[in-house]
Design a protein around this ligand. Structure first.
Ligand code: BGC
Length: 352
């Protein structure tokens, strides 16, 4: 139990970059680095009590400096895409970095998954937590406002990883944070997730165009491969010729959740029949992006000398809807100066 700290050394001792090892009374372990707030490993039992790492990642710190798949990182200031990289707040236009074609993705060139966070261990509600803080200066990646951000990771004895986000700015700004862990409940190197079964607590999604940008429509999932109102293998949709899947090159869509925002509510369940591992996702935010790891490739050796390939892991990213700045009927991620952003997401593990 508790939190241990060790240096993240792989050839070079980078000052101020450590690995924090969180564990609970059942032997669940989370390894998190204050570089990017990245969840490097998450070790949970299968139905036979075998503990394995269920998130994708690298062994070497240097590989996280590029991290082109955003493995495990905190995504900010804005998760997912902003069309044409344009941010307009009260008639002031900010040109963000276009780091994906014309568009802005996951905070720009140096998003929150690439910055060094200050780390300390704190006790909140009798629970030992890893608290990461970062001050993103006014103008960083062209976003307005000095943004004070705190992300708190903790493990519960119910085998849950809890992430509490807090941010506040001194200017009106956009705030949309998430975590980009890729899960493979069989084991991070087990191959593709097509046999994983998913349920999403939503009957609506935001369709995208060919560039992965929500068009502004909100559609019923009924009759599409995006219908996860009851558990089904994700491979069924991936191998289909559903028009929405074609546009996303797999699953890469946002579902509309019915959460109240006041406390974490169930958003999704993921089950791996092979290992028996079952994961629940709870959140306070109105959207969840299910991304099926469509672009994963084997170009780089990852943890345990594994080379990942397409669909090797999947993300369930809780957030405001992508491109909400353009579509005023989407819940707004704009926070006026001094208004506090709060977000809690819980990933809870069980077996069946
Ligand atoms: C997005 C994908 C993107 C991926 C980057 C996901 O959150 O939805 O479109 O390619 O992140 O690894």
């Amino acid at each position: 139990m508790g939190i241990l700290k060790e240096k993240f050394i792989d050839g070079y001792d980078y000052k101020d970059i450590d690995i924090f090892i969180l564990s609970n009374s059942n032997g669940m372990v989370a390894k998190i680095t204050n570089f990017g707030g990245i969840v490097i490993s998450l070790i949970v039992p299968d139905r036979n009590g075998k503990y394995e790492d269920v998130v994708l990642g690298y062994d070497r710190l240097e590989d996280y400096f590029e991290n082109r798949f955003y493995f495990g990182g905190i995504i900010g200031r804005h998760a997912n895409r902003i069309e044409n990289s344009k941010l307009e707040i009260k008639d002031i236009e900010y040109n963000l970095k276009n780091n994906e074609g014309r568009h802005h993705l996951h905070g720009g060139d140096k998003g929150f998954h690439k910055v060094i966070w200050d780390a300390e261990t704190v006790i909140i509600n009798n629970r030992e937590c890893l608290q990461l803080t970062y001050l993103s200066r006014d103008g960083e990646e062209n976003y307005p406002g000095n943004l004070k951000t705190t992300v708190t990771y903790s493990l519960g004895d119910d085998n849950s990883l809890r992430i509490d986000y807090f941010a506040v700015s001194d200017k009106d700004t956009v705030i949309n944070l998430t975590n980009h862990s890729y899960f493979n409940l069989s084991w991070h190197g087990a191959g593709d997730i097509t046999n994983h079964q998913l349920k999403i607590y939503s009957d609506k999604f935001t369709p995208i165009n060919e560039e992965g940008i929500p068009t502004g429509e909100i559609l019923e999932v009924t009759g599409t491969q995006l219908d996860f109102t009851s558990m089904k293998p994700v491979g069924t949709g991936l191998l289909s010729d559903d028009i929405h899947i074609k546009k996303g090159n797999g699953f890469d869509h946002n579902w509309v959740l019915k959460v109240s925002g006041t406390h974490p509510e169930k958003a999704a369940e993921l089950y791996d029949p092979e290992s028996g591992r079952f994961m629940e996702v709870y959140t306070t935010k109105p959207g969840i992006q299910f991304f099926s790891g469509n672009n994963l490739s084997s170009d780089k050796e990852a943890k345990d000398k594994i080379r990942y390939s397409k669909w090797g892991g999947l993300c369930l990213e809780t957030q405001y809807f992508p491109n909400s700045l353009k579509h005023k009927h989407f819940p707004s991620p704009i926070f006026s100066a001094g208004k506090e952003y709060r977000h809690t997401t819980i990933y809870r593990f069980m077996t069946r």
